[in-house]
Design a protein around this ligand. Structure first.
Ligand code: FDA
Length: 469
């Protein structure tokens, strides 16, 4: 093994300045350790990213909502002095299904009782099955092999019988995991539902994951953590534009190679999505189970589109801004205004196959298709925004898709054990590694805390077959 030039030396090197990496860094610094965070982008925050609207206002083009039971990210926000504001949730919702547009109050449209019964029965079965999944070890679920030998689509093919039922399953996979039902293992889907505490927590606005947003935007958490770290350790504590390309690890040190810097440390926390962790070069190479896991952890496909209007006209028309539908690229929308409601901002998610289709279009053509969807939901006023913003996360070199990773059949049961277990002095963080609120900002924070605790308690490798070569 060749160890390259050694630069600075700290206790712990951290790869990635998203919520996970920065949370880990804060905990380690609080415990008296020195850290260096190496971040590939020229900014912190990773999958959280504020877009400047001018006049001191921002809107998020990455992750944004928080809700009940997301206690760790909420506690972090409180400690950083970042408050929340409620998501706008007044007025009727819109469902566009089978060529028909229905406006309704409450959670459920009063149409198609047979379809609604189909949906309720399917949700109840999935909720029951999800209770079998131990969050720390999904591979130990009762019947894990069988659950992990089918996709959500193949399960739905047997248990869902109506157009409304099929649309709901599709919408669920697309809007929560940014993949199609035929891309994801049933076991992974059940894990994801349980990880959030149940369907209600995943889908609801009030009482669910879409309930609140951070004042100043979600990236503010990372910006404040980075500012705290640099005030304590100096300007170099978080080094931007420093992609980590290679990690050499031996008996008692790691050497973390950025583009033009080497950090030597006692341990390293790799706080990036598993697929990107797999693109780093390791010497000695990672155990095959861990490497193969990273080969099988694809990211979802999302384009987030925001149309800006002089005012939120849908509010005056009696609508909440929340719509869902079965045609066009945008299958779900939300009111995404700043707390004062000025300007009006409609948010549309383009997910899974639609994201792949639209990412190949010319920008003007893509914008037209998004606005056509907004018009279908909210009428002709939606056709003329004063501005239009979009962010294609599949095109981001240091994310390559969102909201997070999903597992196809066979991955949890064959490779799942390698998700979190440290490899020698290399520890893994990032929302994907969290048993609770996996895929969410809260999961990212929890994973950073867990990885920092592993380092502080000197946790060593326990899983057979996952030793460094
Ligand atoms: P994250 O990916 O944020 O951080 C990893 C960091 O590592 C990045 O900064 C990256 O640049 C860097 N990096 C990668 N490779 C590197 C290398 N080789 N060397 C150095 N640095 C490297 N969540 C939620 O709770 N509520 C929500 O409403 C949403 N909605 C949502 C919408 C959209 C469009 C997106 C994209 C995401 C969401 N999410 C969300 C998900 C949420 O944003 C996400 O779970 C967390 O921000 C993930 O934080 P991590 O720190 O785990 O990874």
């Amino acid at each position: 093994m060749s160890i390259g030039p050694v630069g600075e030396e700290v206790d712990v090197a951290i790869v990635g300045a998203g919520l996970a990496g920065l949370t880990a860094a804060m905990d380690l610094v609080d415990a008296g350790l020195t850290v260096r965070v190496l971040e590939a982008r020229d900014r912190v925050g990773g999958r959280t990213w504020n877009h400047d609207l001018g006049d001191g206002k921002v809107v998020e083009i990455g992750g944004q909502w928080v809700g009940p039971t997301q206690d760790h990210v909420l506690a972090l926000a409180r400690s950083l002095g970042v408050d929340t504001h409620p998501t706008y949730d007044e007025g009727r919702r819109i469902l566009h299904i089978g060529g028909r547009r229905v406006a309704y109050a409450g959670m459920t449209p009063h149409i198609n009782p047979i379809g609604l019964l189909d949906v309720a029965t399917a949700m109840a079965s999935l909720a029951r099955l999800s209770k079998r999944v131990p969050l720390d070890a999904p591979w130990d679920a009762r019947g894990a092999r069988r659950l992990d030998s089918q996709t959500l689509a193949s399960w739905a093919g047997r248990h869902v019988h109506t157009h409304m039922g099929r649309m709901t399953v599709e919408l669920f996979a697309q809007s929560v995991m940014a993949c199609e039902p035929n891309e994801v293992s049933l076991l992974h889907f059940l894990f994801y539902v349980r990880s959030a505490g149940g369907f209600r927590y995943l889908t609801d606005v009030v009482g669910g994951a879409q309930q609140d947003r951070f004042i100043g935007g979600s990236q503010e958490l990372s910006l404040r953590m980075a500012a705290t770290l640099t005030s304590k350790l100096g300007a170099d504590a978080v080094r931007l534009s420093s992609p980590v390309l290679r990690i050499e690890h031996d008996g008692d040190r790691v050497h973390v190679f950025g583009r033009d810097a080497v950090v030597t440390a006692r341990r390293v926390i790799v706080a990036v999505p598993p697929m990107l962790a797999g693109r780093i070069d390791y010497d000695p190479p990672l155990p095959s189970l861990r490497d193969q896991l990273t080969q099988k952890a694809p990211m979802g496909s999302v384009i987030k589109a925001l149309a800006i209007y002089d005012e939120p006209f849908w509010r005056r028309d009696g609508f909440s801004g929340q719509a869902a539908g079965d045609v066009g690229a945008v299958r779900a929308t939300f009111d995404n205004c700043t707390p004062d409601g000025d300007p009006g901002i409609l948010l549309g998610f383009i997910e899974a196959e639609n994201a792949r289709r639209l990412s190949r279009m010319a920008p003007a053509e893509r914008r037209d298709e998004v606005l056509d969807c907004f018009v279908r939901y909210f009428g002709p006023k939606a056709a003329r925004p004063v501005d239009y913003i979009e962010q294609d996360w599949t095109a981001e070199q240091w994310t390559r898709g969102c909201y997070g990773a999903h597992f196809a059949p066979g991955v949890w049961t064959s490779y799942g054990k390698a998700l979190r277990v440290p490899v020698g002095r290399i520890h893994w963080a990032g929302t994907e590694t969290s048993p609770v609120w996996s895929g969410y900002m809260d999961g990212a924070v929890r994973s950073g805390e867990r990885a920092a605790a592993e380092v502080l308690h000197g946790e060593r490798l326990t899983e057979p077959g996952l030793q460094p070569a």
